[in-house]
Design a protein around this ligand. Structure first.
Ligand code: AMP
Ligand code: MG
Length: 341
């Protein structure tokens, strides 16, 4: 299949809408990462997303809307809890996904057979325009080969999916750079299943106490059931082996490995002290900038063909929780604790 590289002008957005109406797959820019979109109401079109990405069929997709009224218009939910309405008012459009009891129109391919559906109203103007041009809600996971770092530019999408999808719309670099915060609104106390750009503190300031699922920061035990199926896989990882390094003495530890083909995923202040290739994520305290570049830096590790990457363990609070969550999965939960050596 020839993959069209479209721009974000009106003519090309209309063309993307036509492809989607006809059951095709289009890579679309959003403020979080690039999504791989299909008509969310067409089970066959949605099934193509799973084969293009090599995504396990038990990992459900997020449905993207361009107007809060789309939820009712397309019968996407069977109930819209009051707390969900409050969060929608405050954070939509934006990088927040809510899990809600599923409506009759959502095919089982989207929800992976669950009785809930994940919904998000993206803030990116081109994403909104594409949804409107398609005239239907769009199911869209990240537009990468399953398991690899999520794409934050149209070029990343092309690198992974060229020849496997109908088109990509180039809308520039994604503003946030990490996937949306996912929260389930089904229990009385809503629970974060995946951290993202909207922090637990921001959510609690609107609806009071929420929980954070164990799988956000910890590895699931072998037989434990994942509330969010996506959290159980090794994910976001380059081909190189990523190891998270925690505790005092990061620089000395990494420098002791300088005879090998290693890189250090670190912060700006570390660069001059390292004797291996340093790939800084930015200023140590500037978590928003770190989030913005994280996936491109993970891809850079493969562009430069390193065998091992020692990533300096971030603090898991605020947006840092989302960065930690992605890095620990990129590392397949392999952590070196310097204080325990
Ligand atoms: P992605 O679209 O690749 O960013 O992945 C979507 C994330 O949302 C994955 O971690 C899914 O497991 C999660 N998700 C989507 N729908 C549901 C649902 N109905 N219940 C729980 N998690 C969901
Ligand atoms: Mg993904």
């Amino acid at each position: 299949m020839n993959t069209l590289l479209l721009s974000d002008n009106e003519y090309d957005v209309k063309q993307a809408g036509e492809i989607l109406k006809n059951g095709g797959l289009v890579g679309i820019p959003t403020e979080t990462v690039y999504g791989l979109a299909a008509n969310a109401l067409d089970g066959e079109a949605v099934a193509r997303i799973f084969s293009a990405k090599g995504r396990p069929m038990d990992n459900p997709l997020i449905v993207h809307i361009a107007d809060i009224d789309d939820i009712e218009r397309f019968s996407l939910v069977s109930d819209f809890p009051q707390k969900a309405k409050l969060l929608a008012e405050k954070f939509w459009s934006g990088p927040l996904t809510m899990i809600i009891p599923k409506g009759s129109a959502v095919p089982p391919e989207v929800s992976a057979g669950l009785d809930t559906v994940a919904i998000r109203f993206p803030e990116h103007k081109t994403a909104q325009a594409i949804i409107k041009a398609a005239g239907v809600p769009l199911a869209a996971p990240s537009a990468n080969i399953s398991g690899s770092p999520s794409p934050t530019t149209a070029e990343h999408v092309m690198n992974d999916l060229n020849g496997r999808i109908n088109a990509v719309v180039d809308g520039g670099e994604c503003r946030v750079g990490l996937e949306s915060t996912v929260i389930t609104m089904v229990p009385d106390t809503p629970r974060i299943l995946r951290p993202g750009g909207i922090t637990p503190e921001q959510i609690e300031s609107v609806i009071g106490k929420i929980d954070i699922d164990d799988a956000v920061l910890n590895r699931l035990e072998k037989n434990e059931k994942a509330a969010s199926p996506g959290m159980k896989y090794k994910h976001y990882s380059p081909k190189a082996r990523v190891i998270l390094v925690r505790g005092e003495g990061y620089i000395d530890f990494v420098n002791s490995k300088s005879d090998k083909n290693v890189a250090a995923l670190c912060y700006n202040d570390d660069v001059n002290n390292l004797s291996v290739r340093a790939i800084p994520l930015g200023d140590m305290t500037d978590t928003e900038s770190q989030a913005h570049v994280l996936f491109d830096k993970l891809r850079q590790i493969d562009r430069e063909n390193f065998d091992i990457v020692y990533a300096r363990c971030p603090k898991a609070d605020g947006v840092g929780m989302a960065i930690y969550n992605r890095l620990i999965r990129a590392a397949g939960f392999e952590v070196i604790d310097l204080e325990k050596l």
